[in-house]
Design a protein around this ligand. Structure first.
Ligand code: P6P
Length: 336
């Protein structure tokens, strides 16, 4: 029966990536091995986040435990797990993590061709109130494997080979693109496997939702102010749009990808480059949005065309349904 297909024809994330990699005859399985280590990290974080509440109850993660030792905060723990898993894969040469000030250059003995930029636990301030949080990652190829340099990390977002996020919410959902569309996988705890549940995700061309922190409205520039005004008081007879803002990027992007709409984190007078980090928040989410048929804009240009100057650089971002982003692009074009 069709319904049972997934029970017998298990399309796990590993099998799915292997299928996709067959398109690259020269691939030696390295990417699949790298991805399996990212998946391992996500499984660990999923299990730790789901226990965080209990751990807090028993004074474990993030608190001083009964031995009076300061337990590692979950984002620090997650970062250590991802760094160790990525290095042990033997397929990486440079790692950039939101948690580490400097890029990590992998020892020659464990060096591979891939660069991974990641936020191990984005939105972690939301753990204690049970809001969904997530891991965000992007994968680049090094230019010269024998001589990896910081310039290998400061590549335009359009050079990404792959990007994805894992959302730790009501379910553990991993959304991934390796350059030919976007697919969503849900962790089946009974198997410990991510199973394909959202094949070929396409973001609706136009949305009915806008997602922004209205608390920053005092500091917005003219185009953003006008766009949000249009969402609330449409002048073309269309109904006002709904505001949905979770304040955890992975959750807000996941909803935008599936339901459509536009997510905005604009620049403002206080922070001229906005708040979100270019390498491991804006680029991966922009890559996914484009792969799903949407688009991502910085207020000046296509987000993926940006070339970072520093690894923790910030950028404003407007991303989501193609037509919705076109609207805000027109407002910025008219203002310049
Ligand atoms: P604000 C979480 O701290 C985060 O980095 C993203 O996950 C989220 O989209 C954003 O910041 C929320 O920022 O200023 O609206 O609280």
């Amino acid at each position: 029966h069709e319904a049972d297909a997934h029970r017998t024809d298990l399309m796990t994330i590993t099998r799915h990536v292997l299928n996709e990699q067959t398109k690259y005859p020269e691939s030696r399985g390295d990417f699949t091995i790298l991805l399996s280590h990212i998946v391992l990290g996500c499984k660990f974080v999923c299990s730790s986040v789901s226990k965080a509440g209990l751990a807090k109850l028993f004074g474990l993660a993030g608190e001083t435990n009964i031995q009076g030792e300061e337990q590692k905060k979950l984002d620090v723990l997650s970062n250590e797990v991802f760094v160790k898993a990525l290095i042990s894969s033997g397929r990486t040469c440079i790692l950039v993590s939101e948690e580490d000030e400097e890029a990590i250059f992998v020892d020659r003995s464990k060096r591979g061709r891939y660069i991974v930029v990641f936020d191990p636990l984005d939105g972690s301030s939301n753990i204690d109130c049970g809001v969904s949080i997530g891991t965000i990652f992007g994968i680049y190829l090094v230019k010269d494997e024998d001589n990896p340099t910081i310039d290998d990390v400061l590549q335009a977002g359009k050079n990404l080979l792959a990007a994805g996020y894992c959302m730790y919410g009501s379910a553990c959902t991993l959304v991934l693109s390796t350059g030919s569309g976007v697919n969503g996988f849900t962790l089946d705890p009974s198997l410990g496997e991510f199973i394909l549940t959202h094949p070929n995700i396409k973001v609706p061309k136009k949305g009915k939702i806008y997602s922004v922190n209205e608390g920053n409205a005092k500091n917005w520039d003219e185009p953003t102010t006008k766009f949000v005004e249009k969402c609330k008081f449409p002048t073309d007879g269309s109904p006002p749009r709904s505001l949905r803002y979770i304040g955890s990027m992975v959750a807000d992007i996941h909803r935008t990808l599936l339901y459509g709409g536009i997510f905005l984190y604009p620049a403002d007078k206080k922070s001229p480059n906005g708040k979100l980090r270019l390498l491991y928040e804006v680029f991966p989410m922009s890559y996914l949005m484009e792969q799903a048929g949407g688009q991502a804009f910085t207020g000046k240009q296509r987000a993926l065309d940006l070339v970072p100057g520093k690894i923790h650089e910030r950028s404003p971002v407007f991303l989501g349904s193609y037509d919705d982003v076109e609207e805000i692009k027109a407002l910025y074009a008219a203002a310049n």
